[in-house]
Design a protein around this ligand. Structure first.
Ligand SMILES: [Zn+2]
Length: 366
């Protein structure tokens, strides 16, 4: 039986918490990570119905998309609905974990799943994040360069998109003088030593830094390892907000709105005035995506759909694209399926269920 920590570890390698937005609160909400996991329930939101279902089915880990603790709580009393939820979870022995904007910000996450449901092609991130990676530069005696590269790659360094084991090497000469008390790998104490070295440059995701440095120190022959950690402003098309891709065939605007209604079960779609143009290039963002309207325009999307748009937002496109609000829950509803299938794939023969509760707090009156 895996521990809660084992399951969350897999999720955090898939959608690292370091890639959440600065305002967010993804991660552990409550529980004992070292406890054995009796089963997992996935949901978009934590509600009393979700906790009841987890308790009835004897599942002691609930993985939700929206963090139930967003604003700091000052007291845990039942009069506060959030406090009530947490007290109930703790009393029932149910741990809660939230995987929010870090799952939005990887293309295999919330937005990639929405694009997949719409059968979009050539999908990439709409607004890539900066500072997701750094570069390691290290200097290794020539004969040890290949073995050091091997451990760095094994620790996750050198992966760029669909390429692995990317690095650059140049050769030169390192110098050092070992002082009294040192135990040099080569050279004599008190004499300046010249050593043929390879300079290895390799990028790595910021969340993998300690694992990579541990691997470097374990594999490098020198007592004191020389290395630089360099911040990068590069963007990677797999990490960032929203998504953009192409419909397999152009659709009229009304056919596209009908497709959205069918795929997402939206009973009411609010949209900007029709542009009169067929749609091919589609931008999207699950949940509250109004901040990405200008990115969609900059990428020359024919349509952008998201949720939580205000009255004035519908003026912004000004005929340059079709803007649509399909509902927050509707846009992100497949997240619980995505979480369920990821955890199930990584922990087969183990109870991983998606909640049967509809947690959408928004209802429509016709
Ligand atoms: Zn959301």
């Amino acid at each position: 039986m895996p521990s809660l920590h084992d399951i969350i570890g897999a999720l955090e390698r898939w959608a690292p918490v370091q890639w959440q937005e600065s305002y967010d609160n993804s991660g552990w909400v409550c529980g004992d990570p070292s406890a054995s996991c009796t089963g997992v329930l996935t949901a978009l939101d934590l509600t009393p119905a979700v906790l009841k279902e987890a308790a009835e089915k004897k599942l002691n880990l609930v993985v939700v998309h929206h963090p139930p603790l967003f604003k700091p709580l000052k007291r845990l009393v039942y009069s506060d609905p959030t406090a009530q939820l947490l007290v109930t979870a703790i009393q029932s022995g149910i741990a809660v974990y939230a995987i929010h904007t870090n799952l939005d910000n990887v293309i295999w996450g919330v937005n990639g799943e929405i694009a997949r449901r719409l059968e979009l092609e050539h999908v990439s991130v709409l607004s890539p994040m900066a500072q997701t990676h750094r570069k390691l530069v290290t200097f290794v005696p020539t004969q040890h360069a290949e073995s050091v590269k091997n451990v760095l790659f094994a620790a996750g360094a050198g992966s760029i998109g669909t390429y692995a084991e990317c690095s650059f090497s140049s050769t030169g000469t390192g110098t050092f003088t070992a002082k009294e008390g040192s135990n040099p790998f080569v050279g004599q104490i008190g004499n300046r030593h010249h050593e043929p070295e390879e300079k290895i440059e390799v990028i790595y995701p910021i969340h993998g830094q300690s694992e990579m440095l541990n691997a470097l120190h374990a594999a490098h022959p020198y007592e004191t390892v020389a290395y630089d950690l360099v911040p990068l402003e590069n963007h990677f098309n797999e990490i960032g907000a929203g998504a953009i891709g192409d419909l397999p065939h152009p659709l009229s605007e009304t056919d596209f709105l009908q497709k959205l209604a069918t795929v997402f079960g939206s009973t009411c779609i609010r949209h900007s005035p029709l542009t009169g143009q067929p749609l091919k290039r589609i931008a999207l963002c699950g949940g509250s995506g109004k901040a990405l309207i200008n990115s969609a325009l900059a990428h020359k999307a024919d349509a952008f759909f998201t949720a939580d748009l205000g009255y004035h937002d519908f003026f912004t496109p000004n005929g340059r694209l079709l803007l649509a609000d399909i509902g927050h829950f509707e846009s992100e509803q497949f997240t619980s399926d995505l979480l369920q299938s990821f955890i199930q794939q990584n922990f087969p023969n183990f109870a991983v269920l998606k909640t049967g509760a509809n947690t959408n707090p928004v209802h429509y009156f016709f």
